[in-house]
Design a protein around this ligand. Structure first.
Ligand code: RP5
Length: 164
């Protein structure tokens, strides 16, 4: 795999980074090259358009977009690119991320955003989903993904419970 980013991780604010780091860490675990940057739908709309418009020609294969509150970033990015867009609802202070979730998941027919769980689990799963997409064309990555699943299965099988 080359060093050129294959996955773009974007988020509406650096306050989303503690959540979105879970996606970055997961991609790093699979040695998938990624880029991460702040791109805001509401506060840097022109940058968002340029980012989404140029993503495919820059070699990205998927975009993981995280946002909180009125979370329009994933949907607006999806409107400007035909790359798969994976949306991560960031947990908001006011409504605990319910607002983010509904803003991301309720896309109109025709512009899909694959929407994940609120928070870090969603960010990690979005990265795993991106790995699965890339693994369709990369046998070595598919093996790594199978090994990850096997380790996870074994970890659960090895779980013990403290006596009461
Ligand atoms: C959204 O507003 C961001 O995605 C973030 O989740 C939320 C709050 O942003 P900050 O006020 O922390 O910059 O655009």
């Amino acid at each position: 795999m080359s060093d050129k980013p294959l996955v773009g991780i974007i988020m509406g604010s650096n306050s989303d980074w503690p959540t979105m780091q879970a996606a970055a860490k997961m991609l790093a675990e699979f040695d998938v090259p990624y880029e991460a940057r702040v791109v805001s739908a509401h506060r840097t709309p022109d940058l968002m358009f340029v980012y989404a418009d140029s993503a495919r020609e820059r070699g990205l294969k998927a975009i993981i977009a995280g946002a909180g509150g009125a979370a329009h970033l994933p949907g607006m990015v999806a409107a400007k690119t035909t790359l798969p867009v994976l949306g991560v609802p960031v947990q908001s202070k006011a409504l605990s991320g319910q607002d983010s979730l509904l803003s991301i998941v309720q896309m109109p027919k025709g512009i899909p955003v694959a929407t994940f769980a609120i928070g870090e689990a969603g960010a990690a799963n979005a990265a795993l989903f991106a790995v699965a997409l890339l693994a369709n064309e990369d046998a070595a990555l598919a093996e790594k993904l199978a090994a990850f699943r096997a380790r996870q299965t074994q970890a659960v099988l090895d779980m013990t419970l403290d006596p009461v």
